[in-house]
Ligand binder design. Sequence first.
Ligand SMILES: [Cu+2]
Length: 265
Amino acid sequence: MLLATVAAYGQAPKATPKAAPKAAATAGAPAAPSGPDVAVLGRISFKGQAPVLKPIAMDSEPTCAAKHTGKVFPETVVVNPNGTLKNVFVYVKTGLEGKTFPVPQTPVTLNQLGCMYDPHVFGILVGQDLKIVNSDATTHNVHGAAQINPDFNIGQRQGAGPIIRIFDKPETTVPIVCNQHPWMKSVAHVMSNPFFAVSGADGGFEIKNLPPGTYTLEALHEKYGASTQQVTVVAGKPVTVNFSFSSGQAFVPGSLKTLATVIVP
Ligand SMILES: [Cu+2]
């Protein structure tokens, strides 16, 4: 042992490669975790031609139009400047069966501002309050077009207090639309676990505090459908999982595509 150590010290020191300059975030560059609690991180790349979306005609609601400085586009497909896809919902689909998680006391807020929903895509736990706020000088009609949970359809006048809704069962891709303004759309994903994230303006996502184990992750996009990957999380070491969606791919409903990759723990 001692000899080996001496021999090792006797070797000529290897040249240390120069640190590469930090590159701007691109779809191909590895993502770096933002903190020690990040368990899974990655980026959603987008291949192909981004669809050309028409600006929303908001003339019928001048008070909403006045809240925007430029043209407003639908958020159905948002391709970021670095070639990644925004608003992709990534969550742990399998691997946590039988486990329960505390419901956050803080609500998820869905704001109606300038006749747009903010956020456009969000996750919420079963039993958690969804607080729907009207910040506009007009009446909205909040229609949660759920299939598994009860459908709801509630008018909300200017200045009215928040509407609180609670989802009873897990359900992905619940469209929330406004019957007054047909361009308004948000997508809710009702979860039984808190391990989810939405890709942002750089296409990145982070799932924090996921315990070690093997899981199926699913990435959901409202136009391009579902994509799944298996991931094994090891304590103290973030694992990178990148997804890719393509402009040419047909919509693949999550329930069909993911059947083959279900992991029984
Ligand atoms: Cu509305």
